[in-house]
Design a protein around this ligand. Structure first.
Ligand SMILES: [Zn+2]
Length: 145
């Protein structure tokens, strides 16, 4: 097992490493000129600032484009021009079953229904007693144990 804590692996740089290090590495490595450097594929992403500024941010073609970028002029949150807002689908208020129930019934109605059902439950018309009544009406079939 080799321990390579100090030695940088030359062939395995990520896109981000290459982008940030391409200037500083020039001294140590023998690049003939700038055109010999292999750049990661780039794209310009346009952002619209809330205060009317617009700017382009060069990004790696493989990067996950952030939908919001800080405006370099005023610092306001800026939205990607052609982007789709990723959070929008999560911002919907979550409707619980209770919410949906309240859209159809008022609380007094629900209380009526509840007492109605409780009454049926007590009389054995619904609920576990109802399910077990068949066994109770024919007790001899269960006596085998
Ligand atoms: Zn701005």
């Amino acid at each position: 097992m080799t321990y390579d804590g100090d030695t940088p692996k030359s062939g395995e740089r990520t896109m981000a490493d290459r982008a940030t290090l391409r200037g500083s590495r020039l001294g140590g490595t023998s690049f003939e000129d700038e055109s010999g450097i292999e750049f990661a594929p780039r794209q310009l992403v346009t952002y619209d600032c809330a205060n009317g500024h617009q700017f382009d941010i060069p990004m790696s073609a493989e990067a996950d484009i952030p939908f919001v970028w800080e405006c370099p002029r005023c610092g306001a949150a800026s939205r990607q021009r052609d982007g789709s807002e990723p959070e929008s689908k999560f911002e919907k208020p979550v409707r619980t079953h209770w919410d949906m129930l309240l859209e159809r019934r008022s609380i007094p109605e629900l209380e009526d229904i509840l007492s109605e059902r409780l009454e049926l439950l007590r009389t054995g018309a619904i609920g576990p007693a109802h399910l077990h009544r068949r066994g109770r009406s024919a007790p001899k079939s269960k006596k085998s144990a």
